[in-house]
Design a binder for this molecule. Structure first.
Ligand code: PXP
Length: 260
């Protein structure tokens, strides 16, 4: 399985203070040196984390292929064609969202997506479409000329967390998923079946298949069972885990440099 490490969250932390710490290039080098197969970043229209300069620096210094997520906004596409990443993944974007909430509406935005794919292909940039795991979306992605689809695993991840973690007892409990456990279990099975069917169909019609969003150290094993999925793009859970695999050392180091 190819692992795309999404390092956006390092820039989220940096932007919270507007200083150059943590440095996104350090994150790039650590990911490159520790088994990532690809670097994934999302240049958002609102530039809430990755900035244009980050994208250029990452393109310049990455020893791994860069998968650049972007919307179909023309200004953003112009930057992407200048950056020439190894692949562009088209994603939907809403200003008010915390993170990418659903897949691209490939039916509603057929013309805009078709324009974006043609433009990117003019610059020899292969295109993946981040879609909900439905047969219709997969079919449409093929028709539009994408090389690849990335199946949105957010619904699966939400149901998994409500069923198997303490999320339902927390402030972040998901209202529409506050259901009896047996109902959540049925929904979870359905979400896995949807992803499996979409992945199988995509492979059958000649699309490469990735998956991503909300995947973590607990739920990812379900995606590993789907042989048609050959790539996972994972961000938040890796950066969250790194806080705790590194916090002890960071405290010790500060204690050492402040010792008298
Ligand atoms: N794939 C795509 C297309 C995304 O938009 C994101 C979030 O930026 C991810 C993967 C990674 O999601 P997460 O941070 O939840 O692992």
């Amino acid at each position: 399985m190819k692992l795309g490490v999404n390092i956006d969250h390092v820039a989220v932390l940096r932007e919270a203070r507007r200083v150059n710490d943590p440095d996104i290039l350090n994150a790039l080098f650590v990911a490159c040196q520790n088994g990532a197969d690809q670097i994934t970043i999302h240049l958002r229209e609102d530039r809430r984390h990755i900035q244009d300069a980050d994208a250029y620096n990452i393109m310049k210094h990455s020893t791994l292929p860069v998968n650049l997520e972007c919307s179909i906004n023309r200004d953003i596409l112009n930057i992407v064609t200048d950056l020439k990443p190894h692949r562009a993944t088209l994603v939907p974007e809403k200003r008010e969202e915390v993170t990418t909430e659903g897949g691209l509406d490939v039916i509603k935005y057929e013309d805009e997506i078709s324009y974006a794919i043609e433009l990117l292909h003019d610059y020899i940039i292969p295109v993946s479409l981040f879609i909900d795991p439905t047969i219709e979306a997969v079919q449409m992605s093929k028709k539009l000329g994408a090389e690849m689809v990335e199946l949105h695993t957010g619904t699966f991840a939400n149901i998994y967390a409500m069923l198997h973690s303490s999320l339902s007892h927390s402030n972040h409990s998901i209202k529409e998923l506050q259901l009896p456990r047996h109902e959540l279990a049925i929904k979870l099975e359905k979400s896995i079946a949807d992803i499996t069917a979409a992945a199988k169909h995509a492979k059958k019609i000649g699309l490469e298949v990735a998956a991503g969003h909300g995947l973590n150290y607990h739920n990812v094993h379900e995606m590993m069972k789907i042989s048609e999925i050959t790539e996972l793009n994972i961000g938040q859970s890796i950066i969250a885990r790194s806080v705790f695999s590194g916090l002890a050392e960071a405290v010790k180091e500060m204690k050492r440099v402040t010792a008298r």
